[in-house]
Design a protein around this ligand. Structure first.
Ligand code: NAD
Ligand code: IPM
Ligand code: MN
Length: 364
């Protein structure tokens, strides 16, 4: 199948991890006889440097013409003093908003090989397999006004019924295909927007009688993610709560470098990126963990292209690579078969482990 993938490497470790994921996708494209083509675009600080804007028009136009988007990460200390509208992060928020990518899925899976890599006890992270469904185009990130007024600053947390309903519905749809449980996270004991959120969740839940629903306040949810993480299936929440809880949840997997994400809308176009940032502290040193981005590429194949077999080739190869002891420096893996490698070598291992699951000659 001929498909175009927009590749937006961004800043910091972004180029290192996206080039790894592109190598993985190229391997699959070749082995399965797909015709993937990759078109590069600038975003974030590199967009500002090359074209004067963190989301150049040219990039947006490449993305609109593509079937899926693979993104690295944006941001870095050298851009922190730019005016707000030129900051790299604004480019990321703008692409999410422009393309109406309202549903951000962040799967949190504890791999067997990494059960001792988390600071939590092994028995606590065993069986962790949940997904955070984060609302991505509303809430505090986009509410108006958002401004400085002398010695006062204001941000606005606003949600419409329709914005809540579409993300909550997505969460219930997903739960139907999984363990049939939705945990809705809000702050309904204080915030008006959360009271509305809870009302809409109750309404949507009526369409899914087979799915169990629980409401948890965000502060308690932060605690429960650590004390009983295996009890979750689908967590649905607003934009900023989802941002914070997903970094917390990544600790269960052993590293922020293990958390992929898919940002989806109603049709098949999706944007796929690791949940982590540009990690300026390790950029350019071949130290970054490429697995979050590689697993994001698997989500791309599954969600945008319906290539389920190819996606599972990636996922199985990642599991096998970790089971063989290979890991990057962010993962605390010990034991007799532990092999610490750099970004590129980790990608090489994933590609090597993919071989046994792929057809040896072109089949389609
Ligand atoms: P970060 O996620 O970049 O890094 C946090 C810590 O995790 C760092 O110690 C980093 O080295 C480590 N880490 C992250 N990803 C890793 C990986 N793949 N392999 C190994 N270690 C990894 O968050 P930060 O330091 O708070 O932010 C740095 C910059 O990234 C900021 O400019 C921020 O705005 C931006 N950011 C961008 C995104 C994105 O593009 N989606 C997400 C978060 C932060
Ligand atoms: C993420 C990031 C972004 C967010 C920033 C960089 C705007 O933290 O993708 O999780 O807050 O959404
Ligand atoms: Mn974040």
């Amino acid at each position: 199948m001929g498909k175009t993938i927009a590749v937006l490497p961004g800043d910091g470790i972004g180029p290192e991890v996206t080039s790894g994921a592109v190598r993985v996708l190229e391997t699959l494209s070749q082995k399965y006889g797909h015709n993937f083509s990759f078109v590069k675009g600038n975003i974030g600080g590199s967009g500002y440097e090359a074209e004067g804007h963190p989301l150049p028009e040219s990039t947006l136009s490449i993305c609109k013409k593509s079937d899926a988007i693979l993104l690295g990460a944006v941001g870095g200390p050298k851009y922190d003093t730019l005016p707000a509208h030129l900051r790299p992060e604004k480019g990321l928020l703008a692409i999410r908003k422009e393309l109406e990518l309202f549903a951000n899925l962040r799967p949190v899976t504890a791999f067997d090989a990494l059960l001792d890599a988390s600071p939590l006890k092994r028995e606590r992270v065993t069986d962790v397999d949940f997904i955070i469904v984060r609302e991505l185009t509303g809430g505090l990130y986009f509410g108006e006004p958002s401004e400085r007024r002398g010695d006062v600053a204001v941000d606005t947390l606003v949600y419409s019924e329709q914005e809540i309903e579409r993300i909550v519905d997505k969460a219930f749809q997903l739960a139907k295909t999984r363990k049939q449980k939705v945990t809705s996270v809000d702050k309904a004991n204080v915030l008006e927007s959360s009271k509305l959120w809870r009302e809409i969740v109750e309404k949507v839940a009526q369409k899914y009688p087979e799915v169990t629903l629980e409401h948890v306040l965000v502060d308690a949810a932060a605690m429960k993610l650590i004390t009983e993480p295996a009890s979750f299936d689908v967590i649905v929440t607003e934009n900023m709560f989802g941002d914070i809880l997903s970094d917390e949840a990544s600790v269960l997997t052993g590293s922020l470098g293990m958390l992929p994400s898919a940002s989806l809308r109603e049709d098949k176009l999706g944007l796929y990126e690791p949940a982590h940032g540009s990690a300026p502290d390790i950029a350019g040193q071949n130290k970054a963990n490429p697995l979050a981005t590689i697993m994001s590429a698997a989500l791309l194949l599954r969600n945008s292209f319906d290539l389920h077999e190819e996606a599972s080739v990636i996922e199985r190869a990642v599991t096998d690579t970790l089971n063989s002891g290979y890991h990057t420096a962010d993962l605390s893996v010990n034991g007799s078969n532990a092999k610490r490698v750099g970004t590129q070598e980790m990608v090489d291992q994933v590609i090597k482990h993919m071989a046994k699951y792929m057809p040896s000659s072109i089949s389609k």
